[in-house]
Design a protein around this ligand. Structure first.
Ligand code: SAH
Length: 224
């Protein structure tokens, strides 16, 4: 049964202009309390970002909803997410597409997210511990790519892993300062001729950091 707090969240998202029924239903069916740490369980359905392990954050539900709508995910799609974090965004995507490929540089976050995917029986998610700056060339090209950590500029190597007609959404810009919003969510569409790029809304995301915190990856990949 859906938690009444999930229903309140859906109503809040509707109030903020999210009307896509498939995306709202995927959010309603994803128990966000499983993706936050114990002390934050009571705030799990607030429309806010929350801290998770390794100094990272689980994104605000509005931003998850907005990004997912802009990504225009279809049931036959294979989607690459960079920045698994808690796994919440990947779980929402998994309800909307054929296969989610998600990359995370912090191994403890990856392991925790994998156990959540298993508990929710989300068997169409493949995880990889590694540096998302390289994308996932072995599984490319993707129909959609979503970055959930901010880059100064979207790396061309990631755009190259998009199919023609594919869409990439990413927070782009510097880390925010007190004076200004310096990150925007951008939407890049790969066309036969090249790419088109559009700025969407101002956002605040943690930075995408090159390399791995504990040194080398064993390149481990797991099908949930
Ligand atoms: N999508 C997440 C939110 C993630 S916060 C969720 O739904 O909870 C951003 C995540 O990107 C963090 O977990 C951070 O460790 C990860 N990250 C940062 N740089 C990265 C990189 N180069 N490769 C892979 N993951 C990265």
């Amino acid at each position: 049964m859906t938690d009444t707090r999930a229903i309140s969240l859906i109503m809040a998202l509707r109030g903020q202009g999210i009307t896509d029924a498939r995306v709202l239903s995927a959010i309603e069916r994803t128990p966000r309390e499983l993706f936050v740490d114990k002390p934050f369980e009571s705030s799990a359905y607030d429309n806010n970002a929350l801290p998770i392990a390794c100094g990272q954050t689980i994104s605000q539900p509005y931003i998850v909803a907005y990004s997912t709508v802009e990504l225009d995910v279809q049931p036959n799609h294979r989607v690459l997410e960079i920045g698994t974090g808690s796994g919440y965004q990947a779980a929402v995507l998994a309800l909307l597409c054929r296969m989610v490929y998600t990359v995370e540089r912090h191994r403890p976050l990856m392991a925790q997210a994998e156990s959540r995917f298993r508990a929710l029986k989300l068997h169409n998610i493949v995880t990889r511990h590694g540096d998302g700056f390289a994308g996932w060339p072995e599984q490319a090209p993707f129909d959609r790519i979503l970055l959930t950590a901010a880059v100064p500029e979207v790396p061309p190597i990631l755009i190259e892993q998009l199919k023609p007609g594919g869409i990439l959404i990413a927070p782009e810009g510097k880390q925010p300062s007190l004076e200004s919003f310096s990150q925007y969510l951008v939407k890049i569409i790969r066309t036969e001729e090249g790419t088109s790029k559009q700025s969407l809304i101002p956002v605040v995301f943690v930075p995408m950091i090159p390399g791995l915190p504990q040194g080398k990856s064993d390149g481990s990949e797991r099908k949930i």
